[in-house]
Every structure is written in C-alpha cells, then in structure tokens.
Design a protein around this ligand. Structure first.
Ligand code: T1G
Length: 694
C-alpha cells in the first residue's frame, strides 16, 4: 500500500490498482483528496503491472461532494476540474465503487470514471441546488448524457438523490454488487478481459440529441418548480446548464456555460446564505454543556395526550419511524375522530403514491387509542398536546408523575407557557422538557426543544436525537414567553399593526414580506389562523382593529372575510370594508396617516425581529445566533436563501440595523425601538452575530 496523499492510498491487487479515499466523516473533496485522485491515477497509469483501477472510499460513504468548508477560501492543491480531467483521460479503465451517498462533486467524480458499480443501498444525487449552487465539475453536462435530459433536470432542480435500482435502470451504474470492493475488482477485471471500451460520458451524445428541438422539456420543469422555487436563483441556473448541454455545439462549450453560471452563484448572496444554513442546521445539534457521551434514554414506546390537530400530527411523526404510540383522549368521540384523521392523512399520502397502503396499515397498527392515562405507565416518553391552559397542563403532569415509570421523558407541546411551572407539578422536573412542534406537526420541520431549569442532560440529549430520528430540525431554547420563534414573531406583528395605523394597508405590508421571500405576510397569516383565536365576543369593545373586524363577523378565511375578502377558492383580495374600518380606526386614535414606502415597511417588520433575536442571545435563551435562524427558516418560512434573520442582519451590517432602529425610535418616540445592548455592542465592535460566542 502506498499513501498517495494524506487522504488516499493505493494498493495493487492482481493487476487492479485500488485507490482508497479516506477523509472522514463524508470523504468530501478536500485538497488531500484531490491530490490523491490526481497522484493515484498518474501512479496507476504509469504502473505496467496495472491493467485497471478501482476508486473506492473508506468509512460510511463514497465522496459526498466538494468540501463546503473550503468554499470562499483560497483553494490549495490541484483543482477538481484538473483531477477529474486526468481521471477521464486515463488510459486504463477506472471503475468507481460506490456505497453510501455519491453526491455533488462525488457523483461528478464517479461520472468521469469509465464504469460505476454500487451496493444496493447506495444513493446518487446532485444536491448543489440546496446550497444555492449547481454541479460545477461537469455534472450538468455529463448526467443528462447518462440518465437523459428529463431525469437530469429533475435531479438537479430537486437535489433529491436516486437509489441503486433506479441508477442501474437509468444506466448510471453497470452493476449492483454485494461485496463492494471484491465486486468492483472483479468488474474491472471483466472490463479488461472483455476488452470493453474506455467509456467517456462526455463523448456520449445520444440522450442529448434526443432532446434537441424539444423546448417543452425545459418549459415543463420550469412550470413544475415555479411556485416552490420562487426567488431562488440556483434552480433556473441549473436548468440553463442542461439547456446548454443540449444546445451547445460541443461538450466543452456546455462546460464553459456551466462554469460561468457556477461562478455567478458561488459569489452570490443566496449561496452564501444557504451554505451558512447548511452548517447552522448541523451546529444546532451541538449542545456545549451537554457532554457528547451523555447516555440517551431508549425511546421505544411513546404516549401522546390529546388527539386533536397537534396530537395527531405529532403521533404521525413517531409512527412514521416505527415507534408504537398510545394516544389518549377524554371522550370516545374525540378519540375516534382523532384516529380517523390520522388514518385519512395516511390514506391521502398513499393516494399520492408517497407511501403504500401496507405502510398505512403498518403505521395504524402501531397506534393505540385509549381513554385511560394508566395505559401510559410503561412509555419511555409522553408528549402532552392539549390546549394552552396552565392549570390543565399542571393537572395532567401531576397525574403523569404518579403513573409513568421513572426515567421516562415527560414533554409538553406548549407553544408559550412556562415549562418550569409545568414541571413544578411533578416530583421529577429533571424529566420534564418542552417539545414545541409547529402546525401541521407532521409536515413542519422545526422542533423547538425547550429546556427547563431542571431538565437533565439525558433528557436533553435524548430529545435532540429523537428529533433527528423523526426527521425534525431541532433547536434547543430556554424558557421565556413565546420561546424563540413566537417571541420574535410578536415583534413583527406589533409593528405590522402599527404600520396600518400610520398609513399602510394590510396588502401593502403583506406584499413587501411576500416579495422578501416569506410564504405570506402577517395579515394573510392571521386570516389563515383565524382572527378570533383568543378573542372573546362578550368582552370585545372594539379596542383594536382585530376586535372591530371580529365584531363585524370578519373572522378570517373560514368566514370568507378577515383582513381580506376571500372567494370560493380561498383567493384573497383587498377589502374596501376593511380599508374603511382601518381609516376610521386610525382617525379615532388620532393617527395622522402618511405615505409609508416599502423600504420602511420591510425595515420596521424585520429589524425588530433582529433586535429581539439579540435580546434572546443576550439572555441565553438561544445558544447561538444560527439557532435563531434555524427556528425561523424551519418554523416560520424565512427564505433559506437569506439564511435567517440573524444572518440577514450580518449581511446588511449591524451598524445599519442599529442606525435604523434609532431613527424609528426618534420618529415614533416608541421605547419599542430601544436597541438590545448586544446589538449596540457588536455594532460598535464592527462585528456580527456570527461572532457572538454566548
Ligand atoms: N463538505 C464539508 N463537510 C461536510 C460535507 C461537505 N460536502 N458534507 C457533510 N459535511 C460534514 C457536516 O458538516 C458534519 O460535520 C458531518 O460532515 C456529517 O454530516 C463541485 C460545488 C452526506 C447526506 O451538498 O447532505 O459538490 O457537524 O451531519 O446526516 O459540483 O452531510 O459533524 O462537524 O450531515 O449522515 C454537494 C452535503 C457539495 C452534500 C450525510 N454535496 N452533505 O448526512 O451527516 S457542493 C452536498 C449532506 C459540490 C460540486 C459542488 C450530508 C450527508 P459535523 P451530517 P448525515
């Protein structure tokens, strides 16, 4: 065995050179790997005893892409382009042996090998679009030449990998092998023995030619992704690269287009934000004061209290990963209704072909309904999801304390109440934690994990892993009203209300935030949720615009009228009646209305969120700024190509945010605009929230 770099070694077995890449954790294409590829191929090519080569990776996966940590920095060692060109032009056949995930630059590396084999579990994808990028090492030119243009368009715009079976069927791999190393070496020998050609994908134009003169292929993918990729640059750039693959006179001409579009994305703000977020999501998993080796509590049976919308959605997440759930209700009718909704949701998913009918039966088979909380005695975790009333929650936790086995996790899905007070209803506050799911709980990716003052390390560590297991992105937060997400939301809602009192209309505010990239503005969101949440008709005295709307029967989408009017298809349009109500209300409140431009609307909605984020960091309610961003991207639809409110603030410059805060403070005389001491400090030091170390 020869070490060809600090991340690769070469052995020769029976005339086959085996180049093994070893760069844990995911064999990213760091400089040492690029050197290994270049030197390994050169060495094998020069060795007369070698007739073929196998490229294989140590550890849990084949190359999972370029090394994202190197982006934006000075690149060292051979370029990926040069390494891959050397491989493609090697005079001896190279067989890629793939396990785990061949992603991005990893799949591009496999695509310059002359043949590919894989084990049955391997996956293949070009997920660069998730980083605001495109495959920049020939992937947009080579993949369509193998799997066809339509499939390649789907893969580069969705970023979703395909499995071995589909890869075999599409010609991406030649064989699925059981023993990866042995199978790859045997395959390489077969190539030599049968004198098979050195297949260079760049020379294969058949599938490209099939797509020539078919612009409908591109129109179709643009149409199908338009809604989901609104404002994103990368998906369109990916499509343009594949268009170039079809319409260019040569492979290299297409490659040139790929290179220039790649560079434009790589140097742009969107990819910088999405790469930031890639690491933010992984960083959120790390809890500095909970040791990595903290023992986790096995979670093999879960109880859920409440079979309403949240209880049902929460249960589905757990059933989806094969863990039995016992769901508790107070009345048979409510229990039946709750379980029927779960089955209906599953059947709808099966109708869309995303799961099989057998999956529906398997998951429903793991679900037990009960009216008796005693049935939760042997649960490893119990999640309470009843409506937001402290006395009710304390009563439930007091009873759980007497029923459920010691060591089990007692969790509340509260979205705002004090987890410490809930825990005080038990004799084991160390076992109590908040697991705040977002509605619809089986869809929304965020799980705000609320650590109480007494929550043990085991309970915290287990809750973080449990979140990952059920497919959630978790962020650990402390106890305060509204935790991180809702606390920040309240600031925006407050200003949004102020803005329509001072001169704007609901549609003006919503337009600005929608164009900024949020799924919808605060007024459309309020109409969707219902204006009468927490509203009491008997006590209502028209003290707010919402009161007046509710008194007028405008309770939101469900009544066909709220801040907007709604047609039978729930399409919304501005309402003359609402405009009249707002004008009268602001006049009654002695507000002198004025023109408010979009820049002011945006700043007045976003900057208070940033300021509240700074307060949250200062108070230690969030460990790091990027956790706040994880909460807002996955819980509130903040556009990932803006990284999150804290990253966005850093991209603007905290000094500018601070200056605007002060300006609005003077303009309105409202103490609301008092900047957080942390914001003042970091701005003064010329730093950003990324520099906040807690
Ligand atoms: N570069 C650097 N570090 C990476 C990395 C990468 N590509 N992928 C993962 N890591 C780190 C990650 O930060 C974490 O570190 C650890 O590995 C485990 O990751 C030219 C431009 C492979 C499916 O987009 O999707 O190629 O937190 O926790 O859940 O065209 O990682 O432990 O310190 O996610 O098992 C394209 C990105 C790059 C794939 C494994 N490739 N990675 O998931 O583990 S762009 C990607 C993933 C590119 C070329 C272009 C996942 C995974 P730490 P993990 P996992």
């Amino acid at each position: 065995m020869v070490a060809v770099s600090n991340m690769a070694d070469l052995t020769v077995e029976d005339g086959v050179a085996v180049l093994t890449i070893d760069n844990p954790p995911v064999n990213a294409l760091s400089a040492g790997v690029r050197v290994g590829l270049t030197e390994g191929v050169a060495m094998a090519a020069a060795d007369d005893s070698v007739s073929a080569m196998v490229l294989i990776c140590a550890g849990r996966t084949f190359i999972a892409g370029a090394d994202i940590t190197e982006f934006g920095g000075a690149s060292t060692g051979p370029s990926l382009h040069d390494a891959l060109t050397a491989m493609e032009n090697c005079s001896k056949p190279i067989v890629a042996a793939i396990h785990g995930t061949a992603l991005g630059g990893g799949l591009e590396t496999a695509l310059v090998c002359h043949y590919r084999v894989a084990d049955a579990k391997a996956r293949f994808g070009l997920p660069e679009v998730n980083l605001g990028l495109l495959p920049g090492a020939g992937g947009t030119q080579r993949l369509p030449r193998v799997v066809g243009v339509a499939k390649a368009l789907e893969m580069v715009t969705s970023g979703v990998p395909i499995g071995s079976e589909e890869a075999l069927a599409s010609g991406l791999i030649s064989e699925i092998v059981e023993d990866l190393r042995g199978g790859a070496i045997a395959f390489a020998k077969k190539v030599v023995a049968e004198n098979r050609p050195l297949v260079r994908i760049r020379d294969q134009n058949e599938k490209i030619d099939e797509a020539k003169g078919k612009p409908e292929l591109f129109a179709a993918i643009r149409k199908s992704i338009a809604r989901k990729t609104r404002n994103f640059k990368a998906p369109e750039f990916n499509i343009q690269c594949i268009e170039a693959a079809v319409n260019s006179a040569s492979f290299d001409e297409g490659l040139t287009v790929e290179r220039s579009l790649f560079t434009e994305l790589m140097t742009g703000e969107q990819s910088a934000a999405q790469r930031y977020f890639f690491f933010a999501e992984r960083m959120a998993q790390k809890i500095p004061d909970v040791p990595k080796d903290t023992v986790e509590i096995p979670v093999n049976k879960v109880g859920v209290i409440g079979a309403g919308t949240m209880g049902g959605g929460i249960s589905m997440n757990i059933l989806n990963v094969g863990i039995p759930v016992t769901i508790i209700e107070t009345k048979q009718e409510a229990l039946d209704r709750g379980m029927a909704v779960i089955r209906k949701n599953y059947e709808n998913t099966a109708k869309k072909g995303r799961i099989s009918q057998q999956d529906v039966e398997d998951r429903m088979g793991l679900l037990t309904g009960s009216l008796n909380m005693e049935d939760l005695a042997d649960c490893d975790m119990v999640i309470e999801a009843v409506f937001e009333n402290m006395d009710l929650k304390k009563d439930i936790f007091g009873r759980l304390d007497k029923i459920v086995k010691q060591g089990a996790i007692l969790a509340s899905n509260t979205s705002a109440l004090d987890v410490n007070e809930i825990a005080s209803a038990t004799t084991r506050p160390e076992s109590v934690i908040g697991l705040h799911f977002f509605s619809p709980a089986n869809v929304m990716k965020l799980l705000e994990i609320v650590r109480g003052d007494a929550s043990s390390n085991e309970v915290i560590r287990t809750s973080m892993s449990f979140a990952k297991k059920i497919g959630k992105a978790a962020a650990l937060v402390g106890v305060c009203p509204g935790f991180v997400g809702n606390r920040i939301l309240a600031q925006r809602q407050y200003q949004a209300q102020k803005l329509i009192m001072e001169g704007a209309m609901p549609q003006d505010v919503d337009k600005v935030l929608f164009e900024f990239g949020l799924p919808m503005g605060p007024y459309q969101m309020s109409d969707l949720a219902g204006l009468d949440i927490g509203w009491d008709a008997e006590k209502s005295k028209g003290e707010t615009i919402r009161d007046v709307l509710c008194e007028a029967g405008r309770r939101g989408q469900k009544t066909g009228a709220g801040y907007y009017d709604y047609d039978e298809n729930r399409n919304h349009k501005p309402s003359a009646e609402v405009e009249k109500i707002i004008l009268e209300f602001s006049e009654k409140s002695q507000n002198v209305r004025r023109e408010i431009d979009e820049e002011e609307i945006l700043a007045r909605c976003i900057y208070p969120m940033i300021n509240e984020g700074a307060k949250i960091l200062d108070e230690g309610i969030a460990i790091r700024a990027s956790d706040v961003d994880v909460v807002w991207v996955y819980g509130y639809g903040w556009p990932i190509y803006r990284g999150g409110p804290m990253h966005y603030a850093d991209s603007i410059g905290l000094d500018k945010v601070l200056a605007k805060m002060k300006e609005y403070g003077e303009l309105t005389g409202d103490a609301f605009w008092e900047p957080s001491p942390l914001l003042v400090k970091l701005a003064a030091e010329g730093k950003g929230f990324k520099d906040f170390a807690g």
